[in-house]
Design a protein around this ligand. Structure first.
Ligand code: NAD
Length: 505
């Protein structure tokens, strides 16, 4: 079954604000100013809805990276940011969030043009998520706590005065992926700034538009020059230079497990602090008591949201054998809601994939699955279109645990559906992966819900929902899905060092 046959493109023109952003001169944001690169190389902005080149941006040189790190270093070392009263830093972050809110429509459109996600989704999720993240993180600036007095345990009282200081780590290098470009950039910058760090951020080479626009808005917020520097460019060149730089104290990376492993090695060679948010292959488990009319659309949303290009996407569906057929039937029916459309089509819920490379990767996995014996319950192909990287929502059944479609992160609108018999068996199946980012459980049986939540090796477990991410809740992965946690108090503390001070009285 194919969900749709044609994707319409031409009737969705860009707004004047978007055209202006696309027409900007390729430059880097260093020390509070827009500066030219020392090299002449640029990279293309391609609209995934049409496959057309719509703008260019700088491919930063080693020298550019060094200039950005030097600016962040100076801004950290002279205390222009970390020495400000926490309430003043907090206020500037709230102001930045308000400026983003004033540009919400433009940011949503740029995200849609750059990434391919429906503008409506960007407007409902990415942009408000980024604004909320800044407001939430801003509050920690004045609440993180400074000195905490602790009585020494091995000496009589009164001989020593000791306390623990929490201090900003220093310069943070932050590298983000293309699936939620603005949200990921803000998720990195906001906790670092709240902790008193300065940053150099590199967006993904597929999606740099909103990070560049964010730099304009940072300029308006009162945040001092050099506190946030934004450079664009390729990962294996500019990104690698950033991670290796001796003046960088911490590396925060979100992206694939493969690149995360390289970055971890490079960064820890010089003992930089590292946090990694990596890939996933998240299981979604449907127990027999759930109404298939609820579970079908719910589990379809878990995979098809953002065209499946979500680290926590529910890409392995396990339905109890007694309800498997009816859950599958409802899931397949729900797939029509996710038919791919151009990102500026107001009727769209799912856009194209981000790039030609990602399109080929996802179609390649579907072919591998078919060759290995999987059957296609829906989709499995690309709709006809006049360009762009569209893939139909796809459900594969008759899969085996050893197939690549079951084991590897596809990062597209493809789910593998399997049956299970009892809780222990499904927990074993769900945990049979090198990843451990997230999991979903659909049941009204409270005891089964809690039992399974305890058994699943994942950083986040959702019950009767999916992809609910909140700034207050720590987020990160077990196993090869990451290192450390972002968001919540832990996310801010990840940008700090502890210092014990012991003074003989
Ligand atoms: P990617 O790893 O290819 O690239 C991510 C970023 O790393 C980009 O900015 C890229 O330029 C940079 N990079 C690439 N090679 C580098 C190198 N050698 N040194 C330094 N930087 C380098 O990932 P992607 O394809 O952009 O994003 C998809 C992946 O991100 C998926 O695996 C997804 O699961 C993961 N992801 C994880 C989370 C999470 O929070 N766990 C969130 C979103 C995406």
């Amino acid at each position: 079954m194919t969900v749709m046959t044609n994707v319409k493109l031409e009737q969705f023109p860009y707004s004047e604000a978007a055209k202006k952003a696309l027409a900007r001169k390729p430059q880097l944001f260093i020390d509070g100013e827009w500066v030219d690169s020392t090299g002449g190389a640029t990279l293309e902005v391609i609209d995934p809805s049409s496959g057309k080149v719509v703008s260019h941006f700088v491919d930063a040189t080693n020298d550019d990276v060094d200039r950005a790190v030097a600016a962040a270093r100076r801004a950290f070392d002279d205390g222009r940011w970390s020495d400000l009263p926490p309430m003043v830093r907090e206020g500037m972050l709230h102001k930045l969030a308000d400026i983003l809110a004033a540009h919400a429509d433009e940011l949503a459109e740029l995200e849609a043009i750059d990434n391919g996600k429906p503008k409506g989704m960007a407007a409902a999720i990415d942009v408000p998520g980024a604004i909320g993240m800044i407001h939430y993180m801003a509050g920690w600036a004045s609440k993180l706590g400074g000195a905490e007095q602790i009585e020494p345990s091995a000496t009589p009282r009164g001989l020593f005065h000791s306390y623990v200081r929490r201090e900003p780590i220093g310069v943070a290098a932050q590298i983000v992926p293309w699936n939620f470009p603005l949200l990921m950039a803000v998720l990195k910058i906001a906790p670092a700034l709240t902790a008193g760090c300065t940053v150099v951020l590199k967006p993904a080479e597929q999606t740099s538009l909103t990070a560049l626009r964010l730099a304009d808005l940072i300029q308006q917020s009162g945040i001092p020059n050099g506190v946030v520097n934004i450079i664009t460019g390729n990962g294996h060149t500019a990104g690698d230079r950033l991670v290796r730089h001796p003046d960088v104290d911490k590396v925060a990376f979100t992206g694939s497990t493969e690149v995360g492993k390289i970055i971890n090695k490079t960064a820890t060679d010089s003992l930089k602090r590292v946090t990694l948010e990596l890939g996933g292959k998240s299981p979604v488990i449907v127990l027999p008591d759930v109404d298939p009319k609820v579970a079908g659309p719910g589990t379809a949303q878990a995979i098809f949201f953002n065209s499946g290009q979500v680290c926590v996407a529910g890409s392995r569906l396990y339905a109890h054998k007694s309800v498997f057929d009816s859950v599958l039937e409802n899931f397949v029916e729900a797939s029509s809601f996710w038919q791919p459309r151009a990102s500026l089509d107001p009727a769209g819920h799912m856009g194209p994939l981000v790039s030609d490379e990602q399109f080929n990767r996802v179609m390649g996995y579907i072919e591998q699955g078919k060759k290995a014996g999987a059957s296609v319950a829906v989709g499995g192909d690309a709709p006809a279109s006049e360009g762009g990287y569209y893939v139909n929502p796809t459900v594969l059944v008759d899969v085996k645990p050893e197939m690549s479609v079951v084991r590897e992160e596809i990062f597209g609108p493809v789910v593998v559906a399997q049956r299970f018999d009892d809780l222990d068996e499904v927990a074993r199946q769900a945990n049979d992966t090198r990843f451990g980012l997230a999991a979903g459980i659909w049941t009204n049986n409270l005891s089964a819900m809690h039992k399974l939540a305890g058994k699943l090796k994942a950083g986040t477990v959702w019950g009767n929902c999916h992809s609910m991410i909140d700034p207050a809740l720590p987020f990160g992965g077990y196993k090869e899905s990451g290192l450390g946690r972002e968001q919540g108090r832990e996310g801010v503390e990840a940008y700090t060092e502890l210092k014990s001070v012991i003074i003989a009285l």
